[in-house]
Design a binder for this molecule. Structure first.
Ligand code: AMP
Length: 431
């Protein structure tokens, strides 16, 4: 048979990468815990109609869609938000608000594969549902900041915009939802001229066009100055003015929270997902020009799925890209494991070796037993090659005294240790 490779856009994770992924997953889960987000597991396969409802044209066209054997139109989830919103609209309909929900898992998009862009990738996802208050938006930003910090990333920047400002202007100009979505998709790709062409063709006023032309230039770290300029710029567009107030409130709360976040306001920032209604944001590191995570406020999605009106804000972190960013920044991953290799000196001591291994495992010490029938010297070389930290050499002479030889493979030192002291030795003063 031919040699198979993973399907284009799909990857195998070998041990080292898997361990990095699980490290980040552990941090993401810890963040969920300390911020009060309860984890749920939703299906990878969902109804196409649900997933497609508000995802935006671009992503809709990139979904893995198929009919199941029962003839249902289904798709692999390209994100978590639709699934969580479905839950809130149905099973969790009567749960007291707010609801804080965490999910972790793989998502699927038929993107063009390249560095940091895959067809199967992993996200940690947090949704805060039931609150329309700015402090809810800030919480989502803060937990994102906590995650980036806890995995050891440096110099990451939050780019923040507000969809409510743009929608406020376009609604007052009488632009339909479809037209607005097409404009947002283009703005998301920074194709401002093409976006403006649609604004013009849709019959928007001259004031609208010049407002948008000025608005896309408002960008930078002096967030309050920019917010003030934005407020002046959108005067006369009532809903847009309200949105700027909300934007300002969020920026003020970020500052008052004391949370050290590097924020760039970008008034012309839009995102392809159609469900956003308020702030939107993405996180970047300087080494990498694609986002490590993104989110925002979406106040109408749950209603759309038949639920009670439930304002919500959420974020998805791209685990694969966080892994790449950590590798580029050489972020260090804490390693606490003290891997031990147990080697019997002769055939007759195999049983003893298994017994000692089990005793160590009961004390949570990771142990491998020599299973290749190697002699001690070869087995030690192998343990070295595999970067184990210790070897326990089980020999008849020491066993008679109730002891074994404990070898520190890094330091190339060894000593005889009583069996009852070995766990303490490895856990406490192993160094
Ligand atoms: P989005 O749902 O588009 O906001 O995506 C959230 C995050 O998922 C992004 O900020 C990326 O970090 C990550 N992401 C999106 N698309 C891909 C992809 N094709 N491959 C890897 N990560 C991705």
């Amino acid at each position: 048979m031919k040699a198979f490779k993973p399907v284009r856009g799909m990857r195998d994770f070998l041990a080292e990468e898997t361990s990095l992924m699980r490290f980040i997953e552990g941090k993401a889960r810890k963040i969920a815990k300390i911020y009060g987000y309860k984890e749920v597991i939703t299906p990878v396969v969902e109804s196409y109609e649900l997933l497609a409802a508000k995802i935006g044209e671009e992503m809709r066209s990139r979904m893995f869609v198929f009919k199941d054997l029962g003839g249902r139109d289904v798709a692999l989830r390209p994100e978590f938000t639709a699934s969580v919103a479905r839950l809130i609209a149905t099973t969790l309909r009567t749960e007291p608000r707010p609801l804080r929900i965490f999910s972790f898992g793989s998502v699927y998009r038929y993107d063009e594969p390249q560095k940091g862009r895959y067809r199967e990738f992993w996200q940690s996802n947090y949704e805060l549902m039931g609150s329309n208050m700015p402090e809810a938006d800030v919480e989502i930003l803060m937990l994102t900041n906590s995650l980036m910090e806890s995995v050891g990333l440096k110099n990451y920047v939050f780019k923040i915009g507000h969809i409510g400002v743009l929608r406020g202007i376009f609604n007052q100009e009488g632009l339909g939802e479809k037209t607005q979505n097409a404009i947002m998709q283009l703005m998301d790709k920074k194709q401002y001229e093409e976006a403006l062409k649609i604004v013009e063709d849709a019959g928007a006023s001259k004031k609208c066009i010049s407002t948008i032309q000025e608005l896309v230039k408002l960008k930078g770290r002096e967030v309050f100055t920019i917010a003030e300029k934005l407020r002046k710029l959108v005067e006369g567009y009532e809903k847009a003015v309200e949105a700027v107030k909300n934007f300002y409130e969020i920026l003020r709360l970020i500052r008052e929270s004391g949370c050290k976040m590097d924020v760039i306001v970008d008034a012309g920032f839009a995102r392809g997902l159609e469900y956003y209604t308020g702030i939107i944001f993405e996180v970047y590191v300087p080494e990498f020009d694609i986002a490590l995570g993104g989110g925002g406020r979406y106040d109408h999605l749950i209603e759309l799925f038949g639920g009670e009106p439930t304002p919500a804000v959420g974020v998805a972190h791209g685990i694969d890209r966080i892994m790449l960013a950590m590798q580029m920044q050489k972020a260090t991953v804490e390693r606490t494991e003290r891997a031990v290799m147990v080697i019997p000196v002769e055939e007759g001591l195999k049983g003893e070796a298994l017994k000692i291994s089990q005793m160590l495992r009961t004390a949570d010490i990771p142990v491998e037993v020599e299973v290749m029938g190697r002699k001690v010297t070869k087995a030690l070389e192998d343990a070295d090659r595999r970067k184990m930290e210790y070897a326990i050499i089980v020999g008849g002479k020491e066993l008679k005294e109730g002891a074994v030889v404990l070898r520190n493979l890094k330091r190339r030192e060894q000593k005889t240790v009583k069996l009852e002291e070995i766990v303490n030795e490895l856990k406490g003063h192993g160094d």
